[in-house]
Design a protein around this ligand. Structure first.
Ligand SMILES: [Cu+2]
Length: 186
């Protein structure tokens, strides 16, 4: 699935120099215009101290069992009122077995997808991926212009002090809890 419809991307990519920022702003604009953003009707409860402790405990156990460590996690701070953003991190597979990221979810977002940017016919597009394999002993970096997590229906009004918690589920059946800090991206 491509995030950009071909008309919007053709207009937007006349100037390649604006590549990444244009991708996101045009994509956000078209998503809003199409009314495809989920409603904001679901109540989002802030993480309590107890659930934070539980999450940290879960992370410790999962890292031990799974061998995948997530670090340097952050999400892109959105303009006011926007509910779609992206998250980035470094995934390091310290085990002796390949690990396949299959799904991800967050209590703070309606839906989380794995995407990658790719060049096609001289244009940069976003594409949804079904999985991401992290080879044994290898790292994969999710970063602007490459792999990223797309956060749809994200809690509105997040600020620089907020954290988005995402659960990554792997083919082993285990999962890793990632706390992504807010970051402003130029
Ligand atoms: Cu994307």
């Amino acid at each position: 699935m491509f995030c950009l419809d071909s008309t919007a991307s053709a207009r937007a990519y006349n100037s390649l120099s604006k590549a990444l920022l244009v991708v996101c702003s045009v994509w956000f604009a078209s998503a809003n215009a199409a009314g495809s953003l989920p409603s904001e009707t679901e109540e989002q409860e802030p993480l309590s101290a107890a659930s934070t402790e539980a999450a940290l405990a879960a992370k410790a156990v999962d890292v031990e069992n799974l061998g995948v460590i997530a670090s340097e996690a952050y999400f892109r701070l959105m303009p006011p009122g926007r509910s779609v953003s992206s998250a980035y991190m470094l995934l390091n597979n310290t085990s002796e077995h390949d690990s396949v990221l299959l799904s991800m979810q967050s209590d703070q977002a309606e839906r989380v997808e794995l995407h990658e940017h790719s060049h096609s016919d001289g244009m940069m597009r976003m594409r949804k991926l079904d999985k991401l394999t992290i080879a044994a002993g290898e790292s994969v970096r999710l970063a602007p212009g490459g792999y990223h997590l797309m956060l749809f229906g994200l809690q509105v009004g997040l600020t620089k002090d907020d954290v988005v918690t995402v659960e990554l589920s792997f083919d082993s059946g285990k999962s890793v809890i990632v706390n992504a800090k807010a970051r402003s991206l130029k």
